[in-house]
Ligand binder design. Structure first.
Ligand code: SAH
Length: 271
């Protein structure tokens, strides 16, 4: 069982994301669960202010450290699944006088374009955890002291800037959940996905056998599993060689794979 604690100023952005398809099924079958925590609920004062202007100017707003620390420390000092909802906006959350010790083994991840790039290996590592905290930034980002004092990891989902960490967090929840044993319903699926073996996946076909005049590779209806397996492997190698040659250096390759790639390099084998 894996539990995600999501910290956000905009919990409404997750509406729909967790209520369909695989993510819905994974929650219903008890494989994973999600709690949304509104950082604003942990901001003190009548106006529950969560952001402020940057020191020395520069424009935009920066998320204050206090509400984020209070939210994460309060939630993580409770068992997974706990969340606090105010009865009325002026309510104060149950914050300990002393900052509580954070539980060991729970990654506290800040979504940030400056973090390490998320990939299938990172998703696999997170799928082994029991509880994961994800902090979604907004505006110009979060006060640097959140990064230096609270978070254990910073993750970026790609080299572009989003307006908030919510979509990035949803991407991570999705990619991690489909790796949980049983989430896909068919465990072969995830093992053959692109990146699982360090290669892009081979092309897939389904019925009808002829669509707009285009057929399917004959081998797929041959019933010869060994030949189909070899064809798929070679297609995966060909695709990766054509589209993402950078992946080949780290891929797990057999001697037959290397021979096939060598034939590609000399211009043979692309028939
Ligand atoms: N000024 C910041 C960007 C702020 S974008 C900078 O240049 O680093 C606002 C928030 O969106 C960030 O705090 C982060 O939580 C989220 N975000 C933006 N792009 C992201 C990305 N590529 N991956 C993950 N989170 C991202």
């Amino acid at each position: 069982m894996l539990h995600f604690d999501l910290f956000t100023l905009f919990p409404g952005m997750f509406a729909g994301v967790f209520t369909d398809s695989i993510l819905k099924r994974a929650q219903e079958s008890g494989l994973m669960s999600v709690s949304l925590h509104n950082i604003r609920h942990y901001a003190s004062g009548r106006h529950h202010v969560t952001d402020d202007t940057p020191y020395a100017g520069g424009g935009g707003m920066v998320m204050k450290p206090g509400p984020i620390y209070r939210a994460v420390e309060t939630v993580l000092s409770h068992p997974a699944g706990w969340s606090w909802l105010p009865d009325q906006p002026a309510d104060e959350p149950p914050v300990a006088e002393e900052p509580p010790a954070l539980p060991a083994g729970v990654p506290i991840i800040l979504l940030s374009p400056q973090g390490r790039r998320f990939d299938q290996d990172a998703a696999g590592a997170l799928a082994c955890k029991q509880r994961i905290a994800l902090i979604c930034g907004r505006y110009e980002g979060v006060d640097e002291r959140v990064r230096t004092g609270l978070v254990s990891d910073e993750i970026s989902i790609g080299d572009y800037v989003l307006s908030g960490g919510e979509l990035a967090a949803a991407v991570i929840v999705d990619a991690v959940t489909r790796l949980l044993p049983g989430a896909l319903g068919c465990d072969v699926g995830a093992a053959e996905d692109s990146f699982a073996s360090g290669l892009l996946e081979y092309p897939q076909y389904t019925r009808p056998p002829v669509y707009r005049g285009w057929g399917i590779p004959e081998i797929l209806t041959s019933g010869d599993h060994a030949r189909v397996g070899r064809w798929r492997r070679e297609q995966a190698l060909l695709r990766t060689w054509q589209r993402r040659p950078d992946l080949l250096a780290a891929a797990r390759l057999s001697q037959a794979d290397r021979d096939f790639l060598a034939r590609l390099e000399t211009g043979m084998g692309q028939d």
